[in-house]
Design a protein around this ligand. Sequence first.
Ligand code: SAM
Ligand code: SF4
Length: 329
Amino acid sequence: MLRDSFGRVATDLRVSLTDRCNLRCSYCMPPEGLDWLPKPELLTAEEIVRLVAIGVERLGLTEVRYTGGEPLLRRELVDIVARTTALAPRPQVSLTTNGIGLARLAGPLAAAGLDRVNVSLDTLDRETFAKLAHRDRLADVLEGLAAAEAAGLRPVKINAVLMRGVNDHEAVPLLRYCLDKGYELRFIEQMPLDAQHGWRRENMITADEILATLQASFGLTDADPAERGSAPAELFLVDGGPARVGVIGSVTRPFCGACDRVRLTADGQIRNCLFATDESDLRAAMRSGASDDELAERWLAAVRTKKAGHGIDDPAFLQPSRPMSAIGG
Ligand code: SAM
Ligand code: SF4
């Protein structure tokens, strides 16, 4: 098992399939985009499936989430998902996406065995979307959401990041929209993971603020805390349930003590934390002929050194050099 020195066991793998994206959400990357990884540095579909199989078959991973960058931009995505759901024991397989292209791909992904999808949606207003994401693509996202629901990828989950003065007035409309459509909404506190290093704590909309805003319009009661397990979202029943809303207080209510995640970047590096400052290079090992046993051994060693927490509140905190889009959020 992927056990660290604090006794936490990683069972949930996040795999970035590409660092590229067709949006430019300002909490993630600058309007001009980033220097994308050169193709030879990206893991091939073959290499991704080999590493995921090692994780699932030998190291006890039970969940695999494909993300990015924008995972729908990866041409082999449906094939990668099909090969992941064919592993034994079969892991839960999910996707985090901005939804652009999901209208076309939701059906094939569901047929490949995809279990769940999280779609990022920060606003319902076309102009705000274009301002926040620097692309006028709200209609594509909403179409993608409807296709995911129709393809049976239920419950469709929505991730929203609120930014002060940009979309923080939309917490209530977003929740109303999700209640109406049957989507499960989670608000995520903005984290210092943007490529531009523009995050400021005082600008962050905190979990407390989000909850206060929602409570002015809805009755929120703690959903059974036993259900939370290692999930980062604190879940609340809305107006007595069964609909729920989640708040992920990554910064102000850190859940590092219960973290069960490990990450594989698009260029084959194992990261034991979003905020890790070092990585373990499985791509180089694999390309120089390492066996599955040797790769598993390296992966175990990479997880063993996981730190107790992300340390954002530590005066010595250093933002990782890779942005969220390159790590795999
Ligand atoms: N492109 C896909 C998407 O947007 O869903 C997948 C990758 S994206 C990096 C994964 C998630 O990370 C999204 O829900 C996004 O809102 C979130 N995210 C990106 N930058 C963030 C930040 N600085 N703080 C908090 N969440 C962030
Ligand atoms: Fe792209 Fe997702 Fe980053 Fe937005 S959050 S720029 S959709 S990778």
